[in-house]
Ligand binder design. Sequence first.
Ligand SMILES: Cc1ncc(COP(=O)(O)O)c(C=O)c1O
Length: 373
Amino acid sequence: MPDQNQPVPIFDLTRQWQEVRDDVHAALERVFATQQFILGPEVAALEKECTAYLKVKRAVAVSSGTDALLAALMTLDVGPGDEVITTPFTFFATAGVVHRIGARPVFVDIDPSDFNLDSHKLSAAITPRTKAIIPVHLYGQAADMDAIRAAAGSIPLVEDCCQAIGTEYKGVPVGGIGAFGCFSFFPTKNLGAFGDGGLVTTNDEALADRLADMRVHGMRPKYVHHFVGGNFRLDALQAAILRAKLPRLPGWIAKRQAGAAHYRELFARAGLDGKVRLPEEIPGRGHTYHQFVVRVERRDALREHLAKQGIGAEIYYPISLHEQQCFAGLGYRRGDFPESEKAEAEVLALPIFPELRADERERVVAGIASFYL
Ligand SMILES: Cc1ncc(COP(=O)(O)O)c(C=O)c1O
């Protein structure tokens, strides 16, 4: 019988560790035996396995999701004087990388149904300086890619897939739709390394080659530099760990999706309609539930109420990017992106990791019901 007083964590990686332990130990031993720690055959093998899983021509493993985005924009020659359109309701890195290379992040408000770039508002933000557009498959749900692509015309799309590995848009894995797909292997992601890691995907061989050079200071062959890149390399230990975990990813995603379906049943039974707005399921727009995010009134008080019962819940993200102090120079003001500002006050992510038990989800919903009913 599960203990009703045990906390329900927002995520708990120690449970997954029990499952992968033997395979990870074997993978680490393999790398230790070679003493080859940077790039090399493990990274190449991971890239090959990722191209098969993500159904893309090329995959280049890099040092983080942030560096995946940075390297992709650098490969597209984005720089000073350029504009890059994205959403203000995302993790900071999506816009931070644009600023870092001297370009200007231009924000377009989100569609409240899916928290993604509102394609209807995109055209109005495009100018002759727009060099790229970054749709974000936020929380693991595919953005409205056909509509975004139609509005973008020939402007390259850099998909921010950092929360969406394995997500499908109309049956096609995200990351292979735009010019580049950028993934994160941060430990809490659906496929997590034991440290930082990332991946860039593309179906364009020339872009892939340039990006692979970008990862090693624009170098090819050794000590000959054609352009200035960075050190965006993934190390072999992380690659070996990710290879041990990748075959399990479809099963973990299925468990997240089953957990989401269970939450829907529990919320329907609890009679919380009108109090708790569940994530919308949209045809063709796959969701791998990196996060299960509800919208609620009196969100902060609810979160405190849950915390008192030992139930974890998180806010992704409490401050829209146009309101961040570091972007004050962009000249945006509160009120510019009302849907993003509304979302920042209402969203609450509930525990959804694959190993979460049914009784724990029951406790989460009961905890929410005890606040509103
Ligand atoms: C939407 C989004 N973009 C970018 C990133 C950056 O990835 P990383 O933390 O691996 O640099 C993350 C992850 O934290 C993310 O969630």
